[in-house]
Ligand binder design. Sequence first.
Ligand code: GTP
Ligand code: MG
Length: 201
Amino acid sequence: MGCSASLPDRNSTARLTGFNSESNGATDSKNLKVKLVLLGDSGVGKSCIVLRFVRGQFDPTSKVTVGASFLSQTIALQDSSTVKFEIWDTAGQERYAALAPLYYRGAGVAVVVYDITSPESFNKAQYWVKELQKHGSPDIVMALVGNKADLQDSRQVPIQDAMDYAEKNGMFFIETSAKTADNINQLFEEIAKRLPRTLSS
Ligand SMILES: Nc1nc2c(ncn2[C@@H]2O[C@H](COP(=O)(O)OP(=O)(O)OP(=O)(O)O)[C@@H](O)[C@H]2O)c(=O)[nH]1
Ligand SMILES: [Mg+2]
C-alpha cells in the first residue's frame, strides 16, 4: 500500500485558497488556514512525509502518487494559535508535471522535497523553485526539504549546498526522515511560525 493510498479522499472538502483565517470568515489571526503544496521528484518521499505528519505512520512499500492527493491537518503552536494545513501532495512522475500549476496556484506554502541520496532530485527541486518563483504567489512561503536523512551513508547532496541554495532563494531549509520521523513535525511547525499573521479572509 502506498503512503497516500491509505488516506481518505477528502477532495470535496478542499478549498483552493492561500491564506485564510478560520472562524466562519471572521478575521482571526490566531486560527489560520493555509493551502500547502508538496513538489519534488518521484520517490523522494513526499507522500511518506505527509503520512508521517498526519497519521504518524511510515509505509516502506509506498506506491507512486497518481495525479495528487489531498488531506488536512491542524497543529497548535505554543502561543495557543492554530494552523490548519490543507495539503496537496502532488505526483512527482514526469507525466504529471503539467498538472502541478493546478495545485501550486494560490498556495500559501510550497514544500519542495528532494532525496539527500539523489543529486538528480536536488536538481529537480531547483527546477520547482524556479517554477514557483515565476508562477507562484508572490508572498508564498517556501521550504526546501532534504528527505531520507536516515540514509546518511548514501548521502550525495552535501547539506551545505542545500543550505546555501535555500538561503539564496529565501527559503526555509530542513532535513527530514519520514522513516524515523526525524524533523517531520518541526518542518510543519517552522512553516506555521513563518506564515504572515496579518492576512484576513
Ligand atoms: N529510507 C527512507 N526511505 C523513505 C523515506 N521517505 C520515503 N521513503 C521511501 O521512498 C519511497 C518513495 O516514497 P513516496 O513517499 O511514495 O515518494 P513520493 O515523493 O510521494 O513519490 P511520487 O508519489 O511518485 O511523487 C518509498 O519506498 C518510501 O518507503 C525516508 O525518510 N527514508
Ligand atoms: Mg507520492
